[in-house]
Write a protein that binds this ligand. Structure first.
Ligand code: ATP
Length: 142
């Protein structure tokens, strides 16, 4: 006898500090290393690295957005486990702080010839800031 496919996903999003979400959801969209990955119940197992971006999940009547930075996501047919370095709900995002972080990184990246510049670090900071800004805006627009 074949096992029935799950109709929901048990989603857990955790950071080193806290559990940000633990919900039964209908779908999850993960910002993966090679692009956004849509996951429905019954998805084939996989492991992906996260990229800074917006993770979203849909419950029956609403979609929730989270800004995530680095980490991993494990997808199993009825589960998604996200281990993220940082994850914030839109209402937790300090937009002014993210704008300042973006500006700082952009200023640093203007001086590519500066021997003190850690380019990789500045680019990563820029990506985190953009992920937060876009998540906050996205959540406001729905
Ligand atoms: P900043 O330069 O502003 O500190 P960052 O990208 O270096 O930004 P992280 O190292 O990614 O910050 O995060 C450190 C902690 O601060 C984490 O707990 C993260 O959730 C939180 N955090 C960072 N930026 C913001 C923000 N704009 N709004 C709310 N929380 C933030």
């Amino acid at each position: 006898m074949t096992e029935a496919l799950p109709t929901e996903i048990e989603l857990a999003v955790v950071t080193p500090d806290r559990q940000v979400a633990r919900e039964r959801v209908k779908s999850v969209t993960i910002p993966g290393k090679s692009g956004y990955l849509g996951v429905l119940p019954g998805h084939a197992p996989l492991l992906t690295e996260l990229s800074p971006g917006t993770l979203s999940y849909s419950e029956t009547s609403k979609t929730v957005f989270l800004a995530v930075t680095w980490g991993f996501a494990e997808v199993l047919p009825g589960h998604v486990i996200v281990l993220a370095n940082t994850a914030e709900r839109p209402e937790e995002i300090d937009l002014a702080r993210a704008e300042r972080a973006k500006q700082r990184a952009e200023e640093r990246l203007k001086n590519l010839s500066d021997p003190e510049l850690d380019q990789e670090r500045a680019r990563e900071a820029l990506r985190r800031a953009i992920a937060r800004i876009e998540t906050a805006r996205h959540a406001k627009s729905v």
